[in-house]
Design a protein around this ligand. Structure first.
Ligand SMILES: Cc1cc2nc3c(=O)[nH]c(=O)nc-3n(C[C@H](O)[C@H](O)[C@H](O)COP(=O)(O)O)c2cc1C
Length: 248
């Protein structure tokens, strides 16, 4: 028997949406989406995130430029910034007169994971309302400028942005790595990766060659090799340190 249900189907029907209808997202809908974000599990109940909904057109314009430029950052009906946030914890520690130990890189992981779990909860809830969207790592391209523009205090950093709106059309789904290469048992089974790679090579090459918009002759392997051949955002290390995460 096939094990699928409406929630798993909703999740497995995922594709990033980058073109939106002009229809606004009702505020109560957005409120419910952000409420869902809050119901993600959170490391040690730290709830180490804050979600900023950017509605000011000037701020959106700057973010559109700095994130790429990425057109949909400026034009999507909703743009959220998920920030890792230990600022509120700093306030508490000061008030309680206790030490505030933020040096470990562990805290960066905790904040990033918390924000990402909240973001995915928001994303799925948005989808359940018929919305679609795309997450935006470009928010970390110019972290100092973003922090200044959004008044981000110390002990916070932007993790990702998220565009949301009603989809203008549904693009095809990008293939995923074969399940047989993702699900291992009891230990890391290298052979599963080796067997899955050529299968994925074929499915991704087919996908990129046959997709209606921006077709290209490339596979996932080629894409990843070139993506990982150069540093991505070296500025993040200094930025995190300046935000109080000294990465000890
Ligand atoms: C944390 C994160 C950051 C991302 N940043 C961007 C981005 O800046 N711009 C963009 O167009 N897509 C971005 N994406 C979307 C990915 O490119 C996309 O999820 C991936 O190519 C798989 O395609 P799919 O989501 O359509 O299945 C991001 C996704 C994640 C999870």
């Amino acid at each position: 028997m096939e094990h699928r249900n409406p929630t798993s189907e909703l999740i497995q029907n995922h594709r990033s949406i980058r073109r939106f209808k002009a229809d606004p997202v009702p505020d109560e809908m957005l409120e419910d989406i952000i409420h869902s974000a809050q119901w993600a599990p959170t490391s040690h109940n730290v709830q180490a995130y804050t979600i900023i909904s950017v509605t000011d057109p000037d701020v959106r314009n700057s973010l559109e430029k700095w994130c790429g430029p990425q057109r949909y950052v400026g034009s999507a009906p909703v743009f959220l910034v998920f920030t890792a946030d230990f600022h509120k914890h700093e306030i508490i520690s000061r008030e309680q007169g206790t030490a505030f130990e933020m040096a470990e890189s562990e805290n960066v992981l905790v904040g990033a994971v918390d924000a990402a779990l909240a973001a995915q909860n928001a994303f799925i809830t948005a989808k359940s309302y018929g919305l679609g969207g795309v997450m935006i790592g470009g928010i970390r391209n110019r972290p100092y400028d973003v922090a200044r523009l959004l008044d981000l205090p110390t002990y916070t950093f932007p993790v990702m942005g998220m565009c949301l709106g009603f989809p203008e059309h549904l693009p095809g789904q990008k293939p995923r790595f074969p399940l047989s290469g993702v699900r291992h048992e009891n230990k890391y089974e290298e052979q599963r990766i080796r067997s899955a790679l050529p299968v994925f090579e074929t499915s991704t090459r087919n996908y990129y060659e046959n997709r209606p918009s921006n077709p290209k002759s490339q596979s996932w392997a080629e894409q990843m090799a070139s993506y990982l051949a150069a540093p991505r955002r070296p500025q993040m290390t200094d930025f995190l340190k300046d935000q109080g995460f000294t990465l000890k």
